[in-house]
Structures are given as structure tokens and as C-alpha cells.
Design a protein around this ligand. Structure first.
Ligand code: HEC
Ligand code: HEC
Length: 287
């Protein structure tokens, strides 16, 4: 056998091993159905707010029909149409399809999503919450809207997300850190559903969040994002922070601006006082 043939066989073996490595296989999720009962839909609506989905997916065509440009160091990504239109949105998706997308970053046909969709943070959202979100999304009016293709350099491909997900520890179980129910709730909202770290935690060159420096401040194409760890918030009281999450009012009497404004408007400003207080408790006492 020539060396070239052996080389090709070795290469073929590597590619096969790669294709069938767990990072490449689409994760199996429980076969769950979408609910239509009012309490689940109400819960879903609340969780869509807590998840900040509207900040990215709100569309000019109406509802969560997508099209918003999300700038990143890797190019411009356009948020998808997540209304249940069969041709341009998520019409026909099952509950499992939504759970796989939100928590595992994979499309119904197994393709990888780009992490401009913050599935790394959503990975630890409970299946039950992801399903309530899905049920609410599925109950909204379908909007026909074709969103633009992502404007990214040719060397970036979806397959690269297989090793990225492994390096980002996607799918690694997180230990339950808090015995205190309020701190646990605040951590769940801030770290996972509210994905505060997607902007406020620094990233490495591959765009993977550096959890060792959680909330130590991040960088966006349009500027620096302030730190919100306990050192940075040392002059804030828990009530200052809860009020800020409601109204965007800073302790010095100014209103916050920039990319934080939609977070207050669509996410934290829509939550219950209890949930805002839990987030404030987590940042002040849980970190
Ligand atoms: C920071 C912006 C951002 C936020 C916040 C966000 N998304 Fe997305 N989402 C995106 C982008 C960008 C894509 C496209 C990803 C791709 O093409 O790889 C996407 C894709 C999706 C898809 C796949 C749609 C399809 O047709 O394949 C679903 C479902 C989805 N998002 C649901 C949600 C839900 C539910 C929330 C809130 C819990 C949410 N997203 C929050 C940016 C966001
Ligand atoms: C889309 C990116 C983004 C997300 C998501 C985000 N933030 Fe922010 N946040 C910012 C930016 C940018 C600023 C600075 C705004 C300005 O001053 O113009 C900011 C400011 C703040 C401030 C004020 C800090 C200071 O010292 O002035 C706090 C507190 C804060 N964010 C908390 C949170 C919490 C809690 C969450 C999660 C619920 C969150 N942020 C999610 C981008 C984000």
C-alpha cells in the first residue's frame, strides 16, 4: 500500500471519529410535547421576558419575527424568526426541537447554532422552563419574515462549533451551589435565563466566556461593558440594585443607557419584585 493510501485511511478514520464524537452527535432530549393550557402559556410569557429573547428577536415585521443585527468580533449575526411560520420561522417544531435549540444550540436537523444565540447560558435552564417558553412561542401568531444571512467571514463555519462547545463545557453538569432558595433563584435568573454574563463576563480569543472572571466586565464591538461583580457593586445596596433592574436608575440618579436599556425594558423591568430582589441578592451576597 502506498503511503498516500495509508495517509488517506488515517485521515478518513480521524474524520469518522470526529463525525461520531459526542460533540458532533445531536443530543437526545426527552420527547416532550408543547402545552396549550393557559397557566403554562402565562409562565412561558414570563420566562421569555426573563430570558431576554425580545431584545434580540423582536422584528420590524411584528412579534419575534427576527432580523435584528447582532454585532460581534466574528461578524454580524441576524436573529432568527421564532414565530411559528412554517416557511420562515419555527412552524412545525416539536417541544424537543425547541429544547434542543435553546439548551444545546442545535437545530432540528442537527446543525450547530452560532453562540450569538446565547445557548451556552441557556444550557442550564430547566427543560420545564424551556418547554414553557416553547409553548408560548408556538402559540403566537405566525409572521412571514425572511431574515438576512449572517454576514461573517468565509472561514467561519457551523461545524467549528463542535469543538467550541466542548471547550465551552457545554453539557457539563453544574453543581447546585446555593442552599438558600433566594440566592439559587437569583443565580438561575442572572447566570442562565438572564444571561447577564454574555455581555458582562470577559471572553477569550475564541469568544468563550471566562467564568473564572465571571462578571468582571466584557467588551463589545461598540465599547466596554462595566464589571458587575461584588467588588464593582460594593457601593450599591441590594435595594439599589433591585431598583436599577426595575427602572435602570443608577445610584447617582442617572439612567443607564446603551445595550443595557433593552435589558431593563424587556427583561428585568418585566419581572416580579421578588425575582429582581433575588437577582440583587445573588450579586451582592452570592458571588
Ligand atoms: C443576544 C441575542 C439573542 C438572544 C438574547 C436570544 N437569541 Fe435566539 N437567536 C439569536 C441568533 C443570532 C440566532 C441565529 C443563530 C444561528 O443562525 O446560528 C438565534 C436563533 C434562535 C432559534 C433557532 C431558530 C431557527 O429557525 O433555527 C431559536 C428557537 C431561538 N433563537 C430562540 C430564542 C429564545 C427562546 C430566546 C430567549 C430565551 C432567545 N432565542 C434569545 C440571537 C438571540
Ligand atoms: C446585551 C448586553 C448586556 C446584557 C445582556 C446585560 N447587560 Fe448590563 N450593561 C450592559 C452595558 C453595555 C452597560 C453599560 C451601559 C452604559 O453605561 O451605557 C451595562 C450596565 C449595567 C449595570 C450598571 C453598572 C454600572 O456600574 O454603571 C448593571 C448593574 C448591569 N448592567 C447589570 C446587568 C444584569 C444584572 C444583567 C442580567 C439581567 C445585565 N446587566 C445584562 C450590557 C448588558
Amino acid at each position: 500500500m502506498s503511503r498516500m493510501v495509508v495517509g488517506l485511511m488515517v485521515l478518513g478514520g480521524l474524520v469518522a471519529a470526529w463525525l461520531f464524537s459526542p460533540a458532533y452527535l445531536s443530543p437526545s432530549v426527552p420527547d416532550v410535547g408543547l402545552a396549550t393550557d393557559t397557566p403554562t402559556l402565562e409562565r412561558g410569557r414570563y420566562l421569555v421576558n426573563a430570558g431576554g429573547c425580545i431584545s434580540c428577536h423582536e422584528g420590524d415585521a411584528g412579534g419575534l419575527s427576527g432580523g435584528m443585527a447582532i454585532e460581534s468580533p466574528f461578524g454580524v449575526f441576524y436573529a432568527s424568526n421564532i414565530t411559528p411560520d412554517p416557511a420562515t420561522g419555527t412552524g412545525g417544531w416539536t417541544g424537543s426541537d425547541y429544547v434542543r435549540a435553546i439548551k444545546h444550540g442545535r437545530s432540528p436537523d442537527g446543525r450547530f447554532y452560532f453562540p450569538a444565540f446565547p445557548y451556552r447560558s441557556y444550557a442550564d435552564v430547566t427543560d420545564e422552563d424551556a418547554l414553557a417558553i416553547a409553548s408560548w412561542l408556538n402559540a403566537q401568531p405566525a409572521v412571514v419574515n425572511n431574515v438576512p444571512a449572517h454576514d461573517i467571514p468565509g472561514w467561519i463555519g457551523r461545524w467549528q462549533l463542535a469543538p467550541w462547545n466542548t471547550l465551552a463545557n457545554l453539557g457539563e453538569p453544574v453543581p447546585a451551589l446555593y442552599d438558600d432558595a433566594q440566592l439559587a433563584r437569583g443565580a438561575y435568573l442572572a447566570r442562565h435565563l438572564g444571561h447577564c454574563g454574555e455581555c458582562h463576563t470577559p471572553r477569550n480569543a475564541l469568544g468563550i466566556s471566562d467564568y473564572a472572571n465571571e462578571f468582571a466586565g466584557g467588551d463589545m464591538p461598540d465599547g466596554h461593558v462595566p464589571a458587575i461583580n461584588s467588588a464593582a457593586l460594593s457601593n450599591w445596596s441590594e435595594d439599589d440594585l433591585a431598583l436599577f433592574l426595575f427602572l435602570g436608575l443608577l445610584p447617582d440618579g442617572e439612567y443607564v443607557g446603551g445595550k443595557m436599556e433593552p435589558v431593563i425594558e424587556h427583561n428585568t423591568g418585566q419581572l416580579s419584585d421578588e425575582d429582581r430582589q433575588a437577582m440583587a441578592a445573588f450579586f451582592k451576597r452570592g458571588l
